[in-house]
Design a protein around this ligand. Structure first.
Ligand SMILES: [Zn+2]
Length: 446
């Protein structure tokens, strides 16, 4: 038997460390390092293993199952792959169980599904199914927290799809550690992956994103599964986004949009303009941009508020865009846009709880800040995008033509874009202005 190794693992980000520290060296969270022993489990009986010739594989290697939602298929990379392990993470109460119960009901039309819960009673699942109006009479239900029991029952009912709600409630009988610990999470996911691959069963694993360090978060096991999806939403917004942050069977970064209704989730299959609030667009401090999410465009509204700072340390708060990027952009605005914002408090928000990681929103962010600072609204029906360099230059972004077409389709009449993104022929009704420098863009907007 292999000797047990001892290490410390961060329950937030999963980083390893040989010695204990008060703060995680990787994600800087406090008090999140947990002592974990890694031991190789003693296999009681080794299954028969043999190699296979590539040309002897079954014809259905490209097979995928369609779920109840086109938007969910999209984030999975075009449907559920047999034998895939999909981790679905999100804050508690965001609707993970509801969504997977709806997805299960959709898959059940063709496949046997087993739904295992360690969170709720069977009665609660039944009540939810009734409330959602699901046709899922034949679903195999199981309330258990032993991962060995769950996998054995799933195998016994010949399930092709297994849902585990949630990974933090599951424990392996082979480990003495407490439920929700790093060791238990890894052991359970390890067993799930082995089961999924050997029996060709697709498994959805629900993981709660935890704010305090009592139980380990889903990031600890991200590297073990095939696909990682996260819920991303603003509690105040009507819409819920699901984004793939890792996908062995498709592009990561793909996003699905859902609306929460009384009867559960409803997909929003054409979300290009749902995040525009018609009222605030013509106010000072508001600018519309075209973001690129996954494989499609999305019109977003970026709002900024510049307020007189009272302290020596002006506040910089960013919601939906990167805080460090905002600090960098403000320095560029001060130097190359000739706007004295260094001592002002600056707040930036992306409407609808969206998080935008791409640099194409640099220029609209600065236009929104300049608009609030000058207390002058941008022209009506104006859209803009572009990356900003440290020298105040505006750089082209990918999918420029597609973004411009999307803006024209939504009825925008003016676009300020990097020179490199100006199309040879602008769409009808849209005046495209190419800019090289930040100062040119500020002049073009006013
Ligand atoms: Zn960490």
């Amino acid at each position: 038997m292999a000797k047990a190794k001892k290490a410390y693992v961060c329950i937030e980000c999963g980083a390893h460390s040989v010695k204990w520290a008060g703060q995680c060296p990787d994600c800087s969270a406090w008090n999140t390092l947990e002592a974990t022993t890694f031991s190789t489990p003693v296999a009681s009986s080794r299954p028969e293993i043999s190699t296979h010739r590539l040309d002897e594989l079954p014809d259905d290697v490209e097979q995928r199952y369609a779920t109840a939602f086109g938007e969910f298929d999209r984030v999975l990379g075009g449907g559920l792959v047999p034998g895939a392990v999909v981790l679905l993470g999100g804050d508690p109460g965001v609707g993970k169980s509801t969504l997977l119960q709806q997805v299960s009901a959709g898959l059940m039309k063709d496949l046997p599904v087993c739904y295992a819960t360690g969170e709720e009673s069977l009665r609660q699942i039944g009540q939810r199914s009734l409330r959602l109006g699901l046709d899922a009479a034949a679903m195999n239900l199981l309330a258990d927290t032993s991962i060995e029991n769950v996998l054995e029952q799933a195998s016994r009912c010949k399930a092709k799809v297994l849902v585990i709600d949630s990974i933090q409630t599951m424990t392996s009988e082979h480990l003495p550690s407490a439920p929700g610990s790093v060791a238990q999470l890894r052991e359970s996911v390890g067993r799930i992956v082995q089961f999924a691959k050997q029996q060709d069963v697709s498994v959805f694993v629900i993981g709660h994103v935890t704010k305090e360090g009592a139980i380990a978060g889903p990031r600890v096991v991200e590297h073990m599964v095939d696909t990682v999806l996260y819920f991303e939403s603003d509690p105040a917004s009507r819409y819920t986004l699901i984004r793939s942050v890792k996908n062995r069977f498709g592009a990561s970064g793909e996003m699905g949009v859902f609306a929460m209704t009384q009867n559960g989730f409803r997909e929003v299959s054409n979300p290009s303009a749902i995040f525009l609030s018609r009222d605030s667009v013509n106010e000072p401090g508001s600018v519309v941009s075209v973001a690129w999410e996954g494989s499609r465009s999305l019109l977003v509204e970026i709002q900024a508020l510049v307020a007189d700072g009272n302290s020596n340390y002006p506040k910089r708060l960013a919601h939906g865009v990167d805080q460090n990027r905002l600090a960098l952009l403000l320095a560029v605005l001060q130097r190359h846009g000739d706007l004295a914002v260094a001592d002002e408090d600056v707040f930036v928000n992306v409407v609808g709880g969206l998080r935008i990681a791409e640099t194409a929103v640099d220029l609209p962010t600065l236009l929104a800040i300049a608009s609030s600072f000058r207390d002058r609204a941008c022209p009506e029906r104006l859209v803009c995008f572009g990356e900003i360099g440290l020298a105040g230059e505006i750089r082209p972004v990918r999918f420029g033509t597609e973004r411009i077409a999307a803006a024209a389709k939504q009825g925008f009449t003016q676009a300020i874009v990097p020179v490199g993104n100006v199309p040879k022929r602008a769409p009808e009704g849209l005046n495209v202005i190419g800019v090289r420098r930040l100062s040119e863009a500020l002049d073009a907007a006013w």
